[in-house]
Design a protein around this ligand. Structure first.
Ligand SMILES: [Zn+2]
Length: 180
């Protein structure tokens, strides 16, 4: 989500961005996306919490409201609620040029399901990609809606989405196969 009026203009941007001054930022996001594709969700999360690369582009990273899992195992419905709360604690603040990332942690002995780490990694990628939209001043795909734009970008780059992500951003109609 973003909290400002910024709306990207559609353009076939992928080719233009190859030599763009923002490719370092984009490559960093995509390397975290690759970790997600490999199932290394927590590595991706750690990588996306590192402020070094965004700082070079004048974008900050701030810790958002945290959520701590106290008991186990969370039911499917509860997982969904947790995912939603992390998403609502995560923002791209356009005016302040700041990525805010809601944190997930767990009490000792409580195992966080991989599915949930996957959701959190996607939320972080999503907010970073709002940063890329701002830097490039355009949409990342041919989509005018900035939320859908990010979903399609993730799909185009082979980054696996979760059912929660697909439902929350209404991406069903862009997928050939319905997720299980
Ligand atoms: Zn968003």
């Amino acid at each position: 989500m973003t909290d400002g009026p910024f709306k990207p203009t559609p353009q076939s941007a992928a080719k233009d961005r190859e030599k763009s001054p923002f490719s370092r930022y984009e490559n960093y996001v995509l390397s975290a996306g690759k970790m997600v594709a490999e199932g290394r969700y927590q590595d991706a999360i750690r990588s996306l919490q590192d402020p070094e690369i965004p700082r070079r582009f004048g974008i900050g990273i701030r810790e958002g409201r945290g959520l701590r899992l106290l008991s186990k195992p969370p039911s499917h419905e509860k997982l969904r609620g947790i995912r939603t709360r992390i998403a609502l604690s995560s923002w791209f603040h356009i005016e302040q040029r700041e990525i805010e990332l809601g944190e997930l942690s767990a009490s000792p002995g409580v195992e966080v399901p991989e599915e949930l780490w996957h959701d959190v990694a996607l939320i972080y990628l999503h907010e970073w990609l709002h940063g890329l939209q701002l830097l490039t001043g355009g949409s990342l795909t041919d989509q005018a809606d900035d939320e859908i734009d990010i979903g399609i970008y993730l799909i185009n780059h082979g980054i696996p989405l979760t059912v929660n992500y697909i439902e929350m951003d209404g991406l069903e109609k862009f997928l050939d196969v319905k997720p299980e």
